[in-house]
Design a protein around this ligand. Structure first.
Ligand SMILES: [Zn+2]
Ligand SMILES: [Zn+2]
Length: 209
């Protein structure tokens, strides 16, 4: 298993490419919305894109999904509760005002909690963690945990956007993620990496109030 990370300069969105080089397969997690480095990487990547996975439907994470699919193929996967972001134009509303236009794209796979996606021999487990959006997910491929905008280093994603809920967020952290016993590297949708053990010990949102 090999992991490539790109931090795009705009909004510090993290894009991850997870590869099984032996099997020649890759998954792109959150392609971002302004990320020329991703295309440069994929052009010389020996692996075929099998999946393009969105941790949730916000435009800063999914804007380039259609372009990646058109140029490199791959099935678009998003949690069923966030699929409407990709098909309704909602994902890109805030960016249209900035003159950025992205086409809608129909998801190929609607994800649910407990689903598994196989990339070569890599197993990606879908963990539904609503709170930032209704269909926010984390993806577990030990030793990695991709946390989207659910969990950041010492912080969490905003819960005041449409579909957000602090109550659901607390459940996602204090019940769902807290039940993962092994320590994993936390790879969030923005900014710095962390570990699950560090977040359980230090992140105030993991503590019940
Ligand atoms: Zn978001
Ligand atoms: Zn975000």
């Amino acid at each position: 298993m090999k992991l490539h990370h790109i931090s795009s300069s705009m909004m510090f969105v993290n894009t991850y490419i997870l590869m099984d080089e032996q099997a020649g397969e890759a998954a792109v997690i959150d392609p971002g919305f302004m990320n020329p480095e991703l295309f440069t990487f994929l052009e010389s990547c020996p692996c075929k894109v099998k999946y393009i996975i969105a941790t949730h439907g916000h435009g800063d994470h999914v804007g380039l999904i259609g372009d990646v699919k058109k140029r490199f193929g791959g099935e678009v996967a998003i949690h069923e509760a966030d699929a409407h972001f990709l098909t309704s134009g909602a994902a890109m509303k805030m960016f249209a005002q900035a003159g950025l236009n992205f086409e809608n794209v129909a998801p190929d796979i609607l994800l649910k909690h407990g689903d598994h996606l196989k990339v070569g021999s890599i197993d990606l487990e879908v963990i539904h963690t609503p709170g930032h959006t209704k269909g926010g997910i984390c993806l577990k491929a030990a030793p990695y945990l991709f946390t989207g905008d659910t969990l950041f280093f010492n912080d969490i994603g905003r819960t005041d956007f449409e579909g957000g809920s602090m109550e659901e967020m607390r459940h996602s952290l204090q019940v769902v993620l807290a039940s993962i016993e092994e320590d994993l590297e936390v790879l969030p949708g923005h900014e710095d990496f962390s570990t699950l053990a560090h977040e359980k010990a230090n992140n105030p949102y993991f503590k019940a109030v």
